[in-house]
Write a protein that binds this ligand. Structure first.
Ligand code: ZN
Ligand code: ZN
Length: 360
């Protein structure tokens, strides 16, 4: 992959100029990775008009040297933010931006204590996330690989989805196979929810055993070369009764409507509305308990959010999930989730696992 960091830093600097700030302190690890290539779990990145400095502690010296080329390294003994504050004091910055969504009150106090008291702090909401939402071709290629791995894992565990197996056992099997396939880990705790538990959109797997004539929701995500996939399929153990088939069809049609609505230039809320309209036609809209989808990339939940009323405009380079679902308390739930990349003139569904109702 060509090193994209210089261009990304330039874009951040442009945002800084607009906000009137001279420098930006970045502490959120995915943002640090995006802007410098450093993938350690602790660090601070200071972006100034003529330089980028990565503050790390001694544990990361070798890794930072290997991963970053465009940032100056500052290896600190004590607190990273104290070192950042000292640097800001010496460079006599007047207006410095930080990301309030990622900085605790304690961290900000520490920065203020060390840096010059005259510094004006500018709160920038998600400047790096805005850039991250628009993926380059290399990033989408990477996400295609992650999606392929997710689908392979799903197909490999399918033969194990049968009465008698415990939800936790299946979840463990899924995560094990992701790692075997090269993933650095799961993008989120794998969901295996069977029977009435499938009615909980974020169910944690339990020791419950799968039984015949139950719905099973499997929601899994792998992180491959830093990028996430997010895939959900719902299967039925046995022959599905007509009521369940109807719900399943409603979810499929809702997802297809969202996919048809998704394109560069449309408002995110319109995509959500498209799915909701279909579920309403099936009188299932009040059983749809979450938004239609979310951006996906270095993190599993990113911009843009495909939620009710969202005015943000979908752009070429966005990668989003489409995941309508219906959840009927006491009975079960159905969700179908795919990852879709948006281009200027088309979309591409990255996940290829079968979408027809699987009766196992
Ligand atoms: Zn998911
Ligand atoms: Zn999702």
């Amino acid at each position: 992959m060509e090193r994209p960091y210089r261009r990304r830093i330039q874009l951040v600097r442009r945002l800084l100029v607009k906000s009137g700030a001279e420098a930006l302190v970045v502490t959120h690890p995915p943002n640090i990775f995006y802007l410098s290539g450093f993938s350690g779990s602790a660090g601070a990145l200071l972006i100034e008009p003529h330089g980028v400095t990565l503050f790390i502690d001694g544990r990361y010296t070798t890794q930072a040297r290997e991963e970053t080329a465009d940032a100056r390294l500052r290896i600190t003994r004590g607190s990273l933010l104290t070192a950042v504050g000292e640097r800001l004091r010496k460079s006599e910055r007047a207006r410095v931006a930080m990301e309030p969504a990622h900085m605790s009150v304690a961290q900000h106090r520490e920065l203020k204590r060390v840096a010059d008291a005259k510094i004006r702090w500018v709160a920038l909401w998600g400047p790096v996330e805005e850039l991250r939402a628009v993926k380059g071709a290399d990033e989408i290629a990477q996400m295609r690989q992650a999606a392929r791995l997710g689908c392979q894992v799903f197909e490999k565990v399918l033969p194990l989805v049968k009465p008698g197996v415990r939800e936790v056992e299946l979840a463990a099997e899924i995560e094990y196979r992701m790692r075997q396939g090269g993933a650095s880990g799961a993008a989120f705790p794998t969901i295996v929810a069977s029977g009435a538990r499938a009615a909980l959109p974020h169910a944690q797997p339990t020791k419950k055993r799968l039984r015949k004539n139950e719905l099973v929701v499997l929601d899994l995500g792998a992180i491959l070369a830093h990028y996430c996939c997010d895939l959900t399929r719902t299967v039925y153990l046995g022959r599905a009764p007509s009521g369940i088939r109807r719900w399943y069809q409603a979810v499929q049609e809702a997802q297809a409507a969202a996919r048809d609505a998704l394109c560069a230039g449309v408002a995110a809320g319109e995509v959500d509305a498209a799915a909701r309209r279909v579920l309403k036609r099936f009188r299932l809209d009040r059983h749809f308990l979450h938004s239609t989808g979310h951006g996906l990339g270095l993190e599993v939940h990113e911009e843009p959010r495909l939620a009710k009323g969202q005015k943000k405009i979908i752009q070429a380079g966005n990668v989003v999930t489409l995941e309508p679902g219906v959840y009927i308390e006491g009975v079960g739930g159905i969700r179908s989730e795919d990852d879709v990349a948006v281009f200027s003139d088309r979309t591409e569904t990255l996940t290829s696992a079968p979408r027809d109702l699987l009766e196992l």
